[in-house]
Write a protein that binds this ligand. Structure first.
Ligand code: PMP
Length: 385
């Protein structure tokens, strides 16, 4: 007889084309696998091979820890996309943008040991790592003070020894956030790429942090960079990276250089068109399901002019920020879980349990399963199942 094959993961049926009825849609993590098909199309010219004797040194010849060629490609990428001013700015590499977030908090905190710790804040809903790192790297120089709006109500505006995270676009809701307090800022631009948002103008702030993870999708390479105006801040961020790690992996820098060379080909059009079309398709399908629901809603999106695509368009955020609208359904995570959908509870971002974040940047299989489960859940509501 014919060999019996096992179906992959959540699939079943004679030719493995049916989605298994019991399998849950996991939309929890922000793993950017949606870009994998682009890199499959560019498998050969994006590959690197490093010989055993190559890149053994701690250093590069002209710079102790950073590849100048890679730095130039990063500047080129920003000028092609028009999302950040890098002329006359310093750049520092880090192990993912994660490391640069904590290096930035260190760099902007009070250097005076007799003064009270600098207050670190973000606006709810915010990326939980800001709190996580600031608390974990427990220091006499800084402390996490939570939500900017709550803090503003209870504190004098003269007390401006604050470092505010401005996440633009925001994780979880995709908003292009602005500062609330008027003190020092760390602009987290992880999602400030044409895949996720119109690019209205180049960002030109004192300290901006970017990551390869959400640009090319290579989260596993652990590579990010900061763009910094002020020399003293630049030196403090560099010192943090040097003391923590003596700089970042040369193997990673070689790989990132190769990836960015492919990414800037054709002035970035092939990569960004692929990424934006994929995200737009996912949002079209998502909004069509949610338009049939009164039980669940998703964030409103506002059109803006995108200088990169030279058109007015809607954002296509990495995450859907879902709200359970029924009074009694206070725990949205439990409601979705009963519908076989796994997301990240709003309380993780400082918001209410009534909210839940669903990731839209995972693989096509993950997205298809999510659409299937959401469609089932919404049709229950309309009594048509
Ligand atoms: N900032 C934001 C807003 C993020 O969502 C993430 C990752 N999910 C990061 C920073 C960190 O990413 P990485 O360390 O991979 O650069």
């Amino acid at each position: 007889g014919r060999p019996v094959c096992e179906c992959y993961n959540c699939y079943t049926g004679i030719d493995c084309s049916q989605i298994s009825p019991t399998c849950a849609a996991d939309a929890d993590s922000g793993d950017p696998i949606f870009l994998e098909p682009f890199w499959m199309q560019h498998a050969t010219n994006s590959a690197i091979l490093i010989s055993g004797w190559h890149r053994m040194s701690y250093r590069y010849e002209d710079n102790p820890f950073m590849s100048t060629e890679l730095e130039n490609y990063i500047r080129k990428m920003h000028s092609v996309v028009g999302n950040a001013i890098t002329e006359g700015r310093y750049i520092v590499f880090g192990i993912g943008s994660s490391q640069l977030l904590s290096a930035s908090v260190y760099a902007l905190s009070s250097q005076n040991s007799s003064s009270p710790p600098t207050n670190v804040l973000a606006s709810i809903p915010f990326y939980p790592m800001y709190r996580g790192q600031t608390v974990f790297f427990n220091s006499e120089s800084f402390q996490f003070e939570g939500d900017t709006n709550a803090w503003r109500l209870n504190n004098s505006t003269n007390d401006m020894d604050v470092v505010e995270f401005v996440t633009s676009p925001n994780n979880p809701d995709g908003e292009l956030k602005k500062p609330v307090l008027g003190g020092k800022t760390i602009y987290d631009h992880a999602y400030f790429w044409p895949h996720f948002t119109p690019i209205p103008a180049p960002s030109d702030h004192d300290l901006m942090v970017f990551t390869l993870s959400k640009l090319t999708g290579h989260a596993g390479a652990r590579f990010g960079w900061a763009v910094i105006k002020d020399k003293d801040v630049y030196e403090r961020v560099s010192k943090y990276i040097e003391v923590a790690d003596l700089g970042i992996s040369k193997d990673t820098q070689s790989r990132v250089l190769k990836l960015l060379k492919v990414a800037v080909e054709g002035d970035g059009k092939p990569l960004f068109e692929f990424a934006y079309n994929k995200m737009r398709d996912r949002w079209d399908r998502l909004t069509s399901v949610f338009s049939k629901s009164t039980r669940f809603s998703i964030q409103h999106r506002h059109p803006l002019h995108c200088n990169f695509f030279n058109q007015t368009r809607l954002p296509s955020p990495a995450y859907a920020w879902v709200k359970c609208e029924r009074e009694e359904e206070e725990d949205c995570t439990a409601v979705l879980q009963a519908g076989n959908i796994i997301g990240r509870n709003g309380n993780v971002f400082g918001a209410k349990d009534r909210y839940i974040r669903l990731s839209l940047i995972k693989s096509q299989d993950d997205f298809e399963l999510l659409m299937q489960r959401l469609t089932e859940l919404v049709s229950l509501e309309n009594g048509s199942i």
